[in-house]
Design a protein around this ligand. Structure first.
Ligand code: HEC
Length: 98
């Protein structure tokens, strides 16, 4: 991924640091229940460790590998994300990426 890697990494570390200091809000807190299901799945899947990234940060084709990596990261931390929830999140990222 070629979007200013240093800046992205810095922003991500900062986000993770902040999320660690103040407990990351749950999807139910950040997302109204009436969101489209795929968008809700994205917020639920991708905002537990850091604030959710703007989907336009990456190209559509770049989201699957990143999301898969994040899913692995979650598994390593014993955070269980059902495969269909991950797929819905990826669908939303691919629909809304650059
Ligand atoms: C288990 C915790 C966890 C979950 C869940 C998680 N992430 Fe991350 N994410 C991280 C950490 C930690 C980083 C810090 C950067 C690094 O080490 O790569 C990060 C960084 C990122 C970055 C910055 C670019 C990069 O690769 O460093 C993006 C984009 C990202 N996450 C997207 C997502 C998406 C999309 C999801 C949902 C599918 C998600 N994350 C779910 C932990 C998580």
């Amino acid at each position: 991924m070629r979007v200013a890697p240093a800046a992205t990494a810095f922003a991500a570390s900062l986000a993770v640091l902040i999320a660690g200091l103040a407990r990351a809000p749950s999807a139910e807190e950040v997302a109204p229940r009436n969101l489209p299901p795929d968008q809700f799945a994205f917020l639920k899947t991708c905002s537990s460790c850091h604030p959710p990234f703007d989907p336009r940060t990456l190209k559509r084709s770049e989201w699957r590998p990143v999301a898969t990596q994040m899913h692995q990261r979650a598994s390593d931390r014993a955070i269980d994300v059902p495969p269909e929830q991950l797929e819905a999140a990826i669908r939303w990222l691919e629909a809304n990426g650059r």
